[in-house]
Design a protein around this ligand. Structure first.
Ligand SMILES: Cc1cc2nc3c(=O)[nH]c(=O)nc-3n(C[C@H](O)[C@H](O)[C@H](O)COP(=O)(O)OP(=O)(O)OC[C@H]3O[C@@H](n4cnc5c(N)ncnc54)[C@H](O)[C@@H]3O)c2cc1C
Length: 290
């Protein structure tokens, strides 16, 4: 299923984010998964277009087939979705198709939306939750916190603690919140987020840790939660949201793509879970310096 959307409004949210509200008739059939870190892939207009073309289905496969240049797709958190209106909060990070589009977007501009999914699923019996993210994961953290309806305490670790208040005024005073939710952080610094995870003192009971940020950091965060803090696989969701030096990585990945995809498929065909297959791929990529 894909959806088309038109920009309704664009506005800055503090120094780090731009909020884009999407609507239009093509979005009326969108039904949210309801999960706090629900994400979709947004496809952006190509140069000279105000909206990307629709996808086509060839041999049962949906996608952009047979185009000289396919629209670029990027993943974004569904910050909110109600009554045919979807909100997306874009972190401003400089050059990039998505980041630049958000800065220049105006009412009426079009997008194509595809692939809903989510990772945040604390198992029943979780006693405490910790959410750690750089700027790209803060929209998801804001939605998770807004939707949190149990007494399970949540701690937020981030390099941008003040930005949560930009995303949601309700979250501005987190540290003083009476229900156990607390935000901690420090000014942005190299490795700061991972240091916070390493230094985290887990409360008693069964925990659940969610991470979103740079891909190599996501790998390191998973290792810290598992090896240093002793969390089991179903107690950790660590998701790579963006990749440093992305173009260089893509170039190097292209040389091993076929092998890596075969490794993943063989693992799934052998009956392993997609989580196990994903971890095997991660380990292989790390071994190859990717
Ligand atoms: C499930 C999921 C949900 C996400 N949700 C959000 C969200 O709600 N809001 C949001 O802002 N982002 C979100 N992201 C991250 C976003 O998809 C990436 O940052 C994406 O690369 C941005 O695309 P771009 O076209 O602007 O830059 P790209 O063309 O991908 O990259 C251009 C250059 O910028 C660098 N770059 C990319 N992103 C960043 C960054 N954040 N900081 C610094 N450098 C960067 C790359 O290394 C590259 O060198 C999410 C990612 C995933 C996987």
């Amino acid at each position: 299923m894909t959806w088309t959307a038109r920009v309704r409004s664009v506005r800055p949210l503090g120094p780090h984010f731009t909020r884009v509200e999407l609507g239009g008739p093509g979005l009326r059939s969108f039904r949210t998964l309801g999960t706090g870190d629900e994400a979709v892939t947004l496809y952006f207009p190509r140069p000279g277009e105000s909206a990307p073309p629709p996808m086509t289905v060839v041999d049962g496969v949906r996608g952009y087939h047979g185009l000289a240049s396919a629209p670029v797709g990027r993943n974004y958190t569904v910050r909110a979705a109600t009554d045919g209106v979807m909100t997306i909060d874009f972190a401003r990070h400089g050059d990039g198709v998505a980041s630049t589009w958000a800065e220049r977007a105006k009412p009426g501009d079009g997008l194509v939306i595809w692939r809903q999914r989510s990772w945040y699923h604390p198992p029943a019996g979780t006693d405490w939750i910790v959410l750690a993210a750089d700027a790209t994961g803060l929209p998801a953290i804001a939605r998770i916190l807004e939707q949190h309806d149990s007494r399970t305490p949540i701690t937020v670790l981030t390099d941008f603690p003040g930005a949560l208040g930009d995303l949601s005024p309700r979250l501005a005073g987190l540290a003083r919140s009476p229900d156990g939710v607390a935000a901690r952080g420090r000014d942005r610094g190299v490795g700061g987020l991972l240091d916070q995870i390493r230094d985290f003192a887990p409360p008693a009971g069964r925990g659940y840790a969610w991470f979103a940020g740079e891909c190599a950091d996501a790998r390191r965060a998973r290792t810290l939660w598992r090896d240093v803090h002793g969390l089991a696989r179903d107690q950790v969701a660590s998701v790579g949201y963006w990749r440093a030096e992305a173009a260089d990585w893509e170039r190097r990945y292209a040389t091993v793509r076929t092998e890596i995809e075969r490794l993943y498929q063989d693992c799934v065909d052998a009956g392993e879970s997609i989580e196990d297959a994903g971890e095997l791929v991660e380990a292989e990529l790390e071994r190859r310096g990717l």
